[in-house]
Write a protein that binds this ligand. Structure first.
Ligand SMILES: Cc1cc2nc3c(=O)[nH]c(=O)nc-3n(C[C@H](O)[C@H](O)[C@H](O)COP(=O)(O)OP(=O)(O)OC[C@H]3O[C@@H](n4cnc5c(N)ncnc54)[C@H](O)[C@@H]3O)c2cc1C
Length: 269
């Protein structure tokens, strides 16, 4: 059989290429990085996790967990690699993102039926079977072609990327490790704040220097309400953060005694 073309080596394209190759069909997998960079990816690895290192809840009574289990039964390379490189995260399936992507890159590069081509595809190939898996940051020429083909504007939103905090910079006399909702081992750092500290943090956050927006963020300043940047939450009101990432539920400071009485506002990192 002729080669199948997969364009885009993110998590979707990586899984697609692997499944096709495992079925005995040769694949040409095109990934534009590192020749052309995307505004959000940082590495040249396949299946780079752009934001959070979490795949969400892993229990099968949760929607994400059920999908994980279905993927395991379908021999998904993504979920098996995630399972092999998971890091403690309570009830969630979270991974060491660097090793996860490096491992997948090596596995695909070594597959005898997969040819990895580091090249930007600017127009949809007309010959053969083609799978487009170029994700939310499809490169501009190909995105333009898709726009012309469909006659549609983009369907898009702005999503916040999780900040990465250097572990050594955390004052462990103040922050404490705990499991969230008492699930799994104590894997999350929590920074307790009393009411005064919370208001101070909120005020400082509103005046703080902010990350410079990238062009695609400026153009598309439509926020995904389920994943807002913390500075945007702060702008929306004094209490807003307490209903989002700082919600005092499922966390307690064991040093304060009875957890039922001493729930804290905690910033999870
Ligand atoms: C800032 C940001 C934060 C996000 N946060 C989350 C989150 O927390 N949780 C979540 O589930 N999702 C999040 N997402 C969405 C996330 O991108 C997707 O969940 C996931 O990466 C989609 O996988 P994908 O394989 O479809 O796309 P991607 O992972 O983006 O992979 C697409 C690949 O195609 C390549 N490519 C693009 N155009 C071309 C071309 N013309 N030729 C060749 N290669 C090309 C890219 O370099 C990339 O490697 C976020 C996205 C962004 C931009």
């Amino acid at each position: 059989m002729n080669n199948i073309t997969v364009i885009g080596g993110g998590i979707a394209g990586t899984e697609t290429a692997w499944q096709i190759a495992q079925a005995g069909i040769p694949v040409d997998l095109y990934e534009m990085r590192p020749v052309v960079k995307s505004p959000a990816h940082h590495s040249e690895e396949l299946a780079e996790l752009v934001c959070s290192n979490s795949f969400g809840a892993d229990a099968t009574d949760r929607a994400a967990g059920l999908l994980h289990e279905e993927l395991r039964r379908l021999n998904s390379i993504i979920i098996h690699t995630a399972d092999s490189h998971r890091v403690p995260a309570g009830g969630a399936l979270a991974v060491d993102r660097g090793i996860f992507s490096q491992n997948l890159t090596q596995t695909l590069a070594n597959h005898p039926l997969i040819t990895l081509r580091r090249e930007e595809i600017k127009a949809i190939p007309v010959e053969g079977i083609v799978v487009l898996a170029t994700g939310p940051l499809t490169s501009p020429p190909l995105a333009q072609e898709l726009q012309n083909l469909t006659g549609m504007d983009y369907l898009n939103f702005f999503d916040a990327a999780s900040p990465i905090v250097v572990g050594e910079s955390i004052n462990k006399d103040i922050a404490f490790l705990a499991s969230r909702y008492d699930k799994g081992e104590a894997a999350y750092f929590n920074c307790p704040m009393n009411k005064e500290q919370y208001w101070h943090f909120w005020q400082e956050l509103r005046q703080a220097q902010q990350a410079e927006l990238k062009d695609f963020e400026r153009e598309n300043a439509k926020f995904f309400e389920a994943c807002l940047p913390i500075e945007e939450l702060a702008q929306r009101g004094e209490e807003t953060m307490r209903y989002g990432p700082l919600k005092p539920i499922g966390l307690f400071d064991a040093r304060l005694g009875d957890f039922k009485e001493n729930k804290v506002n905690g910033l999870m990192v």
